[in-house]
Design a protein around this ligand. Sequence first.
Ligand SMILES: O=c1ccn([C@@H]2O[C@H](COP(=O)(O)O)[C@@H](O)[C@H]2O)c(=O)[nH]1
Length: 291
Amino acid sequence: MTRQQLVEQIHQKQSYLCVGLDTDLTKIPKHLQSHPDAIFEFNKAIIDATLPHCVSYKINTAFYEAMGLKGWEAMERTVNYIPDTHFKIADAKRGDIGNTSTQYARAFFEAMNFDAVTVAPYMGEDSVRPFLEYEGKWAIVLGLTSNKGANDFELKQLVSDNGEAHLRAEFLYERVLRSVAKWGTPDNLMFVVGATQPEEFLNIRSIIPDHFLLVPGVGAQGGSLKDISEKAMVTGPEPSVNGSVPSGRSDVGLLVNASRAVIYASGKEDFATEAKAIAEQYQFEMKSYLG
Ligand SMILES: O=c1ccn([C@@H]2O[C@H](COP(=O)(O)O)[C@@H](O)[C@H]2O)c(=O)[nH]1
């Protein structure tokens, strides 16, 4: 899916919600657990219910890989079930030496029909580049993650490099954003930014004004949809003033993910109806930020 197509979908749906399919057999409703194809049946019901309220689905591959071949099959069936109107993300956090990354890219973009893969940037340019070589496909590189461990490396300050003048020593995550942004374009590269890091949103937008951000961390992790929307939405040609977003059409530049808050909204037979209700609430709030 191209950036233009994604932006169109966001404006059409008045939503930048990404529903996370972190499907865990032990957490799905009891009446489905004994079904021979439980994971796919659950996902199918969630997708059918939430389609009008979101523009994207994120499959965290860990939940499927943990189940072996059966899980891998459920993932493949799920991604094939999601219509092409919706942006399909493999949250796999891959990245390895170049020739290995090439195989990861083939797995998600050729063997399976994902639009994007999350990529860990730690191994550098050759580990990311293979994901950028497909027309209409995206690498979503970890920038500033939502977890506590972001403090261990991402929010550590680097000793200043000669030649690069910054007001203070850069955080490691800032260096990642500045460097990785040069390897691709806002048409094939996004960054993961946790909704739990609100004090960094304005700074992140000043470093990467145009790139889409995939924002996990609302819902179960407590991040604020309002904060990320007001501080990090791409406002198009009009500049934002004091971090507020002018109304009118823009590129938006945000995909906000909620997984557990949506898919486990109810643990009973009404799970799909309840998931729909939560997705609709997010969409309703997003409409207000889109103006
Ligand atoms: O920084 C990150 C990067 C990825 N994730 C993933 O997003 C979802 C969040 O799930 P919730 O249930 O909405 O908390 C999950 O797949 C994580 O692995 C993240 O949370 N933070």
